[in-house]
Design a protein around this ligand. Structure first.
Ligand code: M6R
Length: 359
């Protein structure tokens, strides 16, 4: 049950430190990534990776895709519902990675079936043991987030992104042509601190006051670049899903190619900075601020964006790969509190189902 919490979503946000500890448990040893049942060398024949997913899982897949590409492995991230039209050439050296919390999403299952019909090898990254995706794929990796009841995916996004980040390092170790990420050691080393950093965010967040100030705005925009882009898209999806307010996420640099026309003093803009290369996020946030939009920097304390903003949602200093996940927790909290103020049925938003089993 939801115990002391008003909603499952609140519980699921709050229990992310434990979920993440379970996700990570035993998977990083001596600077190497190990997955149960998938011995070293498992991915040695892989030439191309295609991530397929929908909704929140697609945003987690974007994370994996960027990390894999930066390790020099050919990778793509495809909307599962568009797989037919966008997949391109596939063969036995293609690994299709289905990212699906439930393991039952029809669009995702269909994409995997189409890929395997054409000879691809498949891997399910899922939360549900024994789900259709886990049973049908050649291999499965579990994200170990524990059951998620709220329709809005929260802890499972965090656990998916961590699992995929680890998977990319596993694949990059196996694939002979890959070029290991430069600061791989630092990245894997700081993962151990992630659960504690999430705890810090949960204990110190000012998301409720922020939600109180802005919950009756016209629209909400979310921007970020690099890994921050996936967090911006996820922040906007969560916000619209449970508040019923208009929210959109963009790659920071895209703001000036159209969306800027919508920016007014009534459209708060959340700028996600990870402490990596956030230059575009900063310049575009300042551009929006010039048009009167309130700017919320989701950023570490010493970040230049924090000074330029009206509000800050603070994230602990850590490796940029994990910083995006901390920013996402802040955005989950903003959505939750805004939806609570608007008295929405948070765990069961209208028209939506936890797993979408129709195409
Ligand atoms: O079970 P899946 O991960 O395959 O579900 C995919 C999407 O339907 C899901 O992430 C959806 O976008 C969430 N309700 C978003 O919070």
């Amino acid at each position: 049950g939801k115990g002391e919490y008003d909603h499952y979503m609140a519980k699921e946000i709050d229990t992310q430190p434990t979920a993440l500890s379970n996700t990570i448990e035993g998977r990083v040893e001596d600077g190497n990534v190990a997955f149960e049942d998938l011995p070293a060398g498992t991915f040695a024949d892989v030439e191309t990776v295609q991530f397929v997913a929908c909704g929140t899982s697609y945003h987690a897949a974007m994370y994996g895709n960027q990390l894999l590409r930066s390790a020099g492995v050919r990778a793509d991230v495809l909307r599962a519902s568009e797989y037919d039209q966008t997949a391109g050439p596939v063969d036995e050296n293609t690994l299709v990675v289905a990212v699906t919390q439930s393991g039952e999403t029809a669009d995702t299952l269909d994409a995997v079936r189409k890929a395997t019909d054409r000879g691809a090898r498949s891997l399910a990254v899922t939360n549900v043991v024994g789900s259709t995706a886990a049973r049908e794929a050649d291999d499965a990796i579990y994200i170990r987030a524990g059951p998620e009841v709220g329709v809005a995916a929260t802890k499972t996004f965090s656990s998916q992104a961590v699992t995929l980040a680890l998977l990319t390092q596993r694949i990059a170790t196996d694939v002979p042509t890959a070029t290991p990420v430069e600061d791989r050691e630092a990245m894997l080393g700081s993962l151990a601190d992630l659960p504690e950093h999430v705890e810090t965010v949960l204990e110190t967040t000012n998301a409720e006051s922020l939600a109180r100030e802005y919950f009756d705005s016209d629209s909400y925009f979310f921007i970020g670049n690099g890994l921050g882009h996936s967090v911006a898209l996820e922040g906007a999806l969560k916000f619209k899903e449970i508040t019923y307010e208009h929210a959109e996420g963009f790659a920071s640099g895209e703001l000036k190619h159209g969306p800027l026309a919508l920016v007014t003093p009534e459209t708060p803009l959340f700028a996600v900075a990870t402490g990596g290369d956030d230059e575009k996020t900063k310049t575009n946030a300042i551009e929006a601020r010039t048009r009167g939009a309130p700017i919320v920097a989701v950023a570490p304390d010493d970040h230049p964006l924090a000074d330029a903003a009206d509000w800050q949602l603070s994230i602990p200093d850590t490796h940029p790969v994990w910083a995006g996940l901390l920013a996402n927790v802040q955005l989950q909290l903003v959505s939750y509190h805004a939806a609570a103020l608007l008295e929405r049925p948070i765990d069961k938003p209208r028209n939506l189902a936890k797993s979408v089993t129709v195409e």
